[in-house]
Write a protein that binds this ligand. Structure first.
Ligand SMILES: *Cc1c(COP(=O)(O)O)cnc(C)c1O
Length: 855
């Protein structure tokens, strides 16, 4: 920061003109028509930005020259920018209201947002003017942006997808509200101590969050516990009420979601659990006042923390409370809006509403919507079911059985007794339907029942979502096909028309424009603007792959991004990296199915080659691996330890030098990916075929000109189809080959047959990477050598290593590699969430884009 002038404030005098707002001394009503809503227009030129910035910095935040923290400057700028959204936010809200259009509520327990400021400036189209204004104040915009804490309210791909989706919805002018939970603690921060993951709590709200607004007036009451009571109403109808409950408040916090330069600002509404302070004085009953206040405040625990499990359920009571609070608050909110306009007439509700469920996490919404419509609003079962089954839509995100949520019936009975009754009733009626269709097929009934029988009965939440919805979608072509053939086969046979595919995407505003401005400028200079909202147009770059000037500029940008990645890495490690090496990157959650171990086996193999002097025609490589492990996932945590130990040996061996480096990138999060994906040459997408539903990291890398080495899994297949097989390094078994091979899979025999692999295992088993920690990797090694190993890393080793050799040869031919890099970006247009959301809208939602000038 050079000579900042941010603290030179103007004087805020109470000049005669400024005294207008003081109450008139006579206290007469001076102005019967208040004009408080007539706002002065805010101009977004350098001068006005500087004045607003200084006012916030000096007055609202009370800072002066002694302030050394950039955080306040970040806050002052964010406040100035958010002033420039509010008017559009209100206009969008009012337009939806006046036009009474159909709306979608996108329900996701996770929104992995990352930082907001930079993305907001891009979408408002004011990055350049802000840059200049900050420069004049002696501030470096780049530094301010880095002062923002990531909002990490998600685990990985699923939560990031939700955030990309709401960006595209606003950009496409669709009336979609994101609903989620406002966790006090987001995804943990990952520290690496002695090579091991240590979790540190992420108090992301510690310094406040200027982007959110509390809307206490829209709070909802959420019930837990108690019992149900049957009674006859004045019409003689049997009704049910849920009584003696412990109530909690859900209070919404709204964040604006601006579209890309279109004046639309949608809303992300996150619920916080708050104690219901309405005391029932009988509760005191001789007890201490303070004791009761403390007990009430336990309610706030419900939204205290995000569960850090990706692709596995954890079955904790608090998690079910989160799910119910989330679903109930959201549905009550939507219904309250409905009643505000339509009264108790629900005949048009289906035509005007859709609830899209991001995975089965919010699927309790199916039963809750039934409860609200029947018990609270007096609809019949059939009318309520008709509405539910035609407004709810469900997106499945995984085929892994351990990720399929089941809740114990006993827990349900205690916590949500009325909801359990409704689920039983839905199930009874559903099973009647099944047995009519397949008379006598009792096995099918057992398979399809919403209740898994056994000593501990369980509710199958994914099945509840399927039965209660009109659309079920997978997230890549292969994934959807496998759902239909496998996991949901019975349901597909019953309702083939419900099933559809929506291949995932990512938003190019964040994942190109914001994270790789140099590349974005080159693209715009080459093919004009327009590509950021019509990403297909990137294909106009393809001819430039043959233009050597263009290739040179492309490579300069890539090398600059690689340098940024080197600099980023330096904050964590004291390792010198060569810019000329191949930057080989695998960042994602650590999970056996994603096969970080296969990557490590390859790295050990390269190390072994160097040690044996087998280095003819060598290509230098920097291998980066990063990701968080679920805290209870022992094998995943051990994998992190192995990566760090192998890195320690390789990076400190003088025989190795620049030929090979292995870097564990700690605390992988959205803001890290924004630095990592532009600086990547080779994107590792090496999951066991059939296990990665789609992947979205693969798309971010592709857009930024990385070439993929990958299996035929998830969206990799579609990436390869788009870019062409000659620009994609395919290896490994297909889903069918994997399934056929399982029965005779014999990893130990494969190791013995393959001298390269044998040497890798000799190093591993000889304790080369754990000299002073005997036995610590035994469980990892055993899992790889186990015939039952479902992830089958050893089966793909040979093919992977051979393909990596082809990668090395390709990277040596720099001009050819740059061509591949350009062609990957050029053919990434399909993977914009604008395309994904357009398909959701055409096939599932059927919304009409809002026209703001109409109102
Ligand atoms: C994109 C992204 C993911 C998803 O990555 P996959 O490779 O698809 O698993 C996870 N975490 C973060 C921070 C991301 O940005």
């Amino acid at each position: 920061m050079k000579n900042p002038t941010v603290v030179a404030l103007g004087n805020l005098e109470l000049s005669p003109a400024n005294q207008d707002w003081l109450p008139p001394t006579s206290f007469e009503k001076s102005n019967p028509k208040p004009t408080i809503c007539e706002l002065p227009t805010i101009r977004t030129d350098e001068q006005h930005l500087m004045v607003d910035f200084k006012n916030y910095y000096g007055y609202r935040l009370g800072r002066d020259q002694s302030c050394k923290s950039l955080h306040y400057a970040y806050e002052a700028l964010s406040l100035a920018i958010s002033d420039r959204i509010i008017d559009h936010w209100k206009k969008t809200y009012n337009a939806y209201k006046e036009q009474d259009c159909k709306r979608v509520s996108y329900l996701s327990m996770e929104f992995l947002m990352g930082r907001t400021l930079s993305n907001t400036m891009i979408n408002l189209g004011i990055t350049d003017v802000v840059l200049k204004a900050m420069y004049k104040l002696g501030l470096d915009l780049e530094e301010l942006l880095e002062a923002e804490h990531d909002a990490g309210l998600g685990n990985g791909g699923l939560g990031r997808l939700a955030t990309c989706f709401i960006d595209s919805c606003a950009t496409l002018r669709l009336p979609v509200t994101g609903y989620g939970l406002r966790y006090e603690y987001g995804m943990f921060s990952q520290l690496i101590i002695n090579g091991e993951q240590v979790e540190a709590p992420d108090r992301w709200l510690r310094d406040g969050n200027i982007w959110e607004t509390e809307r206490f007036e829209y709070r909802q009451i959420i019930k837990f516990g108690g019992r149900t009571k049957y009674f006859t109403d004045d019409q003689g109808v049997t009704r049910i009420s849920w009584i003696d409950t412990h109530d909690v408040l859900a209070v919404p916090y709204d964040t604006p979601v601006p579209g890309f330069r279109n004046g639309v600002v949608n809303t992300l509404r996150l619920w916080k659990a708050v104690a219901n302070e309405e005391f029932d004085f009988k509760e005191f009953n001789g007890r201490d006042y303070a004791e009761i206040v403390v007990e009430k405040n336990m309610a706030e625990n419900i939204t205290m923390v995000l569960y850090p499990n990706d692709a596995s359920e954890n079955g904790k009571e608090l998690r079910l409370k989160q799910q119910y609070l989330f679903a109930s608050a959201t549905l009550q909110d939507v219904i309250a809006t409905w009643i505000g306009r339509h009264g108790n007439d629900f005949s048009e509700f289906t035509a005007k509403n859709c609830f899209q469920l991001n995975d089965s996490h919010p699927s309790i919404a199916v039963a809750e919507l039934m409860r609200l419509l029947i018990d609270i609003h007096g609809l019949s079962w059939d009318d309520a079911w008709n509405i539910t089954q035609n407004t709810v839509a469900y997106t499945n995100h995984t085929l892994l059985p351990e990720a399929l949520e089941c809740w114990s019936v006993n827990l349900f009975k205690q916590l949500l007794p009325r909801l359990l009754e409704i689920i039983f009733e839905i199930n009874a009626r559903f099973l009647v339907e099944v047995s009519r269709r397949w008379p006598g097929d009792t096995e099918r009934l057992t398979r399809m029942s919403l209740i898994k029988e056994g000593t501990d009965q369980q509710v199958r939440m994914a099945y509840l979502a399927i039965v209660g919805s009109y659309s079920v979608n997978g997230v890549a072509k292969l994934h959807t096909a496998l759902l239909q053939k496998g996991l949901f086969r019975d349901f597909y046979e019953m309702w083939p028309e419900k099933f559809n595919n929506k291949t995932n995407g990512v938003t190019p505003r964040r994942w190109i424009a914001s994270c790789n401005p140099g590349l974005a400028d080159l693209i715009t200079a080459t093919i004009g603007d327009g590509w950021l909202t019509h990403l297909d147009r990137l294909k106009n770059l393809a001819p430039y792959a043959d233009d050597s000037d263009f290739r040179q500029r492309w490579w300069q940008i890539k090398r600059h991004a690689k340098q940024c990645l080197i600099d980023y890495q330096k904050q964590q490690h004291d390792i010198e990296l060569s810019l000329d090496a191949l930057f080989d990157v695998q960042v994602k959650r650590i999970h056996e199915y994603k096969r970080q171990l296969l990557n490590v086996l390859h790295v050990i193999h390269l190390y072994d080659r160097i040690k044996r002097g087998d280095t003819e025609n060598w290509t230098n490589r920097n291998v980066f691996i990063g990701g968080k492990a679920a805290p209870g996932y022992i094998i995943a945590k051990k994998t992190i330890k192995l990566i760090n130990n192998v890195a320690d040996v390789i990076n400190n061996d003088p025989d190795v030098g620049d030929r090979l480096k292995l870097i564990f990138l700690s605390n992988y999060q959205v803001s890290a990916m924004e630095i990592i994906c532009p600086g990547t040459d080779l994107s590792e997408q090496i999951s066991t075929a059939g296990k990665e539903a789609s992947g979205t990291g693969n798309m971010k890398f592709m857009m930024n000109g990385a070439v993929t080495i990958g299996t035929l899994d998830g969206a990799n297949i579609e990436i390869r189809d788009e870019v062409g097989p000659e620009n994609f390094f395919l290896f490994g078994m297909t889903v069918d080959q994997i399934e056929a091979y399982r029965q005779h899979y014999d990893p130990v025999a494969l190791i013995n047959q393959d001298p390269d692999l044998s040497r890798v295992f000799d190093l591993l088993e000889g304790g080369h990477f754990n000299r002073f920690e005997p036995g610590i990797f035994d469980d990892l090694i055993a899992s790889l050598k186990n015939k039952q190993d479902i992830w089958m890393s050893i089966a793909d080793f040979r093919s992977y290593v051979d393909t990596q050799k082809r990668v090395e040869a390709a990277f040596k031919d720099t001009e050819h590699w740059i061509r591949m890099s350009i062609l990957n970006t050029a053919h990434s247009g399909k993977f914009s969430t604008d395309r994904t959301i357009t398909e959701y809208n055409q096939d599932i939602w059927k919304l009409i884009p809002i026209n703001l000038s109409d109102s």
